[in-house]
Design a protein around this ligand. Structure first.
Ligand code: ZN
Length: 72
């Protein structure tokens, strides 16, 4: 059994989806479907994970600053 094709409901636009190249759907620009939105979000998340973590030395410096709080 086939379910209703919800992916492309809505008015399509002239521009192509930035993920798959199908016509964009109005209200979902620049995508054609929630699926492509998810794919794009996944790329963003992977990109943020790819940012290198700070060195241990930097982290220790940060801790030192916290411990240098004045207590008078
Ligand atoms: Zn798409």
């Amino acid at each position: 059994m086939r379910g209703p094709a919800n992916d492309n409901q809505g008015e399509t636009l002239q521009q192509a989806c930035v993920i798959c190249g199908k016509p964009q759907v109005k209200g979902r620009e620049p995508f054609c479907s929630p699926r492509c939105q998810d794919i794009d979000l996944g790329r963003w998340l992977k990109g943020s994970y790819a940012i290198p973590v700070q060195d241990h030395d930097d982290d220790e410096d940060g801790m030192g600053e916290l411990q240098q709080r004045r207590e008078d």
